[in-house]
Design a protein around this ligand. Structure first.
Ligand SMILES: NC(=O)C1=CN([C@@H]2O[C@H](COP(=O)(O)OP(=O)(O)OC[C@H]3O[C@@H](n4cnc5c(N)ncnc54)[C@H](OP(=O)(O)O)[C@@H]3O)[C@@H](O)[C@H]2O)C=CC1
Length: 292
């Protein structure tokens, strides 16, 4: 099954692969990178006020020639420029050159000011005013999600959190809480192990599976994330990678493949924690990735 869409609790659906603009800097190049992703076939764009490239993303959307209604656009309130949630959403929409976004997230609970219930009520107003189709959050834990569910007239559809093999176990409680309450998990930084921890325990199963399936390690990691029934949020400036990420939706990992990556990820996380307690730094630990 290629990258499909999954149903959200408000009756809309979301494409399960997204192209994120978080690492895209340098003005004009951003337009080219985002356009390249849209032209290759990415239909879901993940942007944020904090990434400071909504305008370039908007330009890429318009230059791509792909109709707005074929795209799924997420942006986030990141507490920048002393704007209220309403002002920030209006500004983002204007910069993106659209009349509404598909999903609006609170980027981090620390931006839910003065408190989570008040911020959530402001998000609900955005939906009532037609500025966004769906509402969600990012980097929220179970307690913070509960603070919304306790008051929500409209439930969050998604919680965007970091998901890669080394932190899956640490993220499972919030992931399962989401499942229980109909909140889809979006997983960002699926390629973290390749980027910042080369040589870690996950590499061997990932490389073995990639060789067997004539795939790249990146594709295997994306297929692994997909197997968890989450929305996968990745990115690349490289045309070949962009195309290969789209193709990763067709990779068929076996239950054994998935279990081997899970196991190596857990082992890596545990090993990392034990070593950091003992004061040893492993080569693949550089970058302090293990947010577990
Ligand atoms: N809500 C939140 O708080 C956060 C949300 N996000 C969202 O998720 C998106 C994706 O996050 P990101 O961490 O970039 O996702 P990934 O883990 O998928 O990493 C993508 C990056 O990895 C690089 N890469 C790919 N393959 C390799 C390799 N083999 N070796 C080294 N580097 C490689 C790519 O570089 P290249 O361009 O050269 O191909 C690209 O910059 C962000 O853009 C943002 O939209 C991210 C972080 C936090």
């Amino acid at each position: 099954m290629p990258w499909a869409r999954i149903q959200l609790n408000d009756g809309t659906s979301i494409p399960t692969l997204a192209y994120g603009t978080g690492r895209l800097k340098n003005g004009d190049s951003v337009v080219g990178w985002v356009k390249q992703a849209i032209t290759a076939g990415f239909v879901h764009l993940d942007v944020a006020q904090a990434y400071a490239n909504e305008e370039e993303t908007g330009k890429a959307i318009s230059e791509s020639g792909v109709p707005r209604e074929s795209l799924y656009i997420t942006t986030k309130f990141s507490g920048r420029d002393n704007l209220t949630i309403l002002e920030a959403a209006q500004q983002s929409i204007k910069k993106l050159g659209v009349d509404h976004v598909d999903l609006y997230l609170i980027h981090h609970p620390r931006f839910a000011t003065p408190d989570i219930p008040t911020a959530w009520a402001q998000l609900e107003k955005l939906k009532a005013d037609g500025l966004t189709k769906s509402l969600g959050v990012s980097n929220f834990n179970e307690e913070e999600l509960l603070a919304i569910l306790d008051v929500a007239k409209i439930k969050p559809v998604a919680n965007q959190i970091m998901v890669h093999p080394y932190n899956l176990a640490a993220q499972l409680p919030v992931f399962e809480f989401g499942n229980k309450h109909g909140i889809v998990t979006e997983g960002y930084s699926p390629l973290q192990s390749l980027r910042s921890t080369p040589g870690g325990p996950v590499d061997k199963p990932v490389n073995d599976i990639a060789a067997r399936l004539s795939a790249t390690p990146e594709q295997v990691l994306l297929a692994w994330a997909k197997s968890k029934n989450i929305v996968v949020i990745t990115s690349s400036r490289d045309h070949g990678r962009v195309v290969s990420f789209l193709g990763a939706g067709d990779l068929e990992l076996t239950a054994e493949d998935i279990a081997a990556i899970d196991e190596a990820g857990n082992k890596g996380a545990l090993w990392s924690r034990a070593c950091s307690k003992a004061g040893t730094v492993l080569p693949w630990e550089e970058g302090k990735l293990y947010d577990a």
